[in-house]
Design a protein around this ligand. Structure first.
Ligand SMILES: N[C@@H](CCC(=O)N[C@@H](CS)C(=O)NCC(=O)O)C(=O)O
Length: 225
């Protein structure tokens, strides 16, 4: 680990983000860092080479997942935990609205994606579906679970949205939504017409530099897969 020496202990000087270009959880954290204007060192973890299982990385995240963040002597993993930590430690450009109801809706939307959509699309689950249900089962599986989640989010956010998911600023819900909408369109050419609000947000996200700079293809480890 690149370190700075101070007071006998060795901690990295700058924030370090362990990330993979294509994963939506890493994408969420990159957006948060960009919105808050935080400079960071990009530490690529190549999941295709199974680098997540390297003992050095398992010291950072015992789950063997990216993203993970190192901020001095604080080491954290899991995108939601990292983003909520960044929000408290670096309050500039808040990621949560003042209004309690809108804040709660942000938690709900983020958690729908974090707990009820993304885990069903994770590499081990998709491999399991392909190997144990059948090679043709993967795409219908993805479409079913994303469709259910997107339909719920479209309904949930309808009465709260402004230019973005819960108002005219990018908040937590957008950090979780944008990577999923973008990944579905890039990987599966997903048809969003059934979800009018999410389709509109998808267009709005194209104009947000913090999101565009966090795109998979802008990352140092990007490769066409
Ligand atoms: N709940 C975690 C999920 C992270 C996650 O699923 N990361 C995937 C990449 S998208 C990963 O590292 N997978 C490694 C593996 O499955 O071995 C978060 O939100 O950070």
């Amino acid at each position: 680990m690149a370190t700075a020496t101070g007071g006998g202990e060795e901690f990295p000087k700058k924030l370090q983000l362990y990330s993979i270009f294509m994963g939506t959880p890493s994408f969420r954290v990159r957006i948060a860092l960009n919105i808050k204007g935080l400079d960071y060192e990009y530490k690529a973890i190549n999941l295709f080479k199974r680098e997540q299982h390297n003992p050095e990385f398992l010291k950072i995240n015992p789950m063997g997942y990216v993203p993970a963040l190192v901020d001095g002597d604080i080491v954290l993993a899991d995108s939601l935990a990292i983003i909520l930590y960044l929000e408290e430690k670096y309050p500039q450009h808040p990621l949560l609205p003042h209004n309690l109801e809108k804040r709660a809706i942000n938690y709900q939307a983020a958690n729908i994606i974090c707990s009820s959509i993304q885990p069903l699309l994770s590499i081990p689950i998709l491999q399991y579906v392909e190997e144990n249900v059948g090679p043709d089962a993967k795409i219908p599986w993805i479409l079913k679970h994303v469709g259910k989640g997107f339909a719920a989010l479209d309904k949930l956010l309808k009465d709260h949205a402004g230019k973005y998911a819960t108002g005219d600023e990018i908040f937590l819900a957008d950090l979780f939504l944008a990577p999923h909408i973008i990944a579905m369109s890039q990987r599966y050419n997903y048809d969003m017409t059934e979800f009018p609000l999410l389709s509109r947000l998808s267009e709005a996200y194209k104009q947000v530099p913090a999101i565009q700079d966090a795109m998979p293809e802008k990352q140092p480890d990007f490769q066409i897969n």
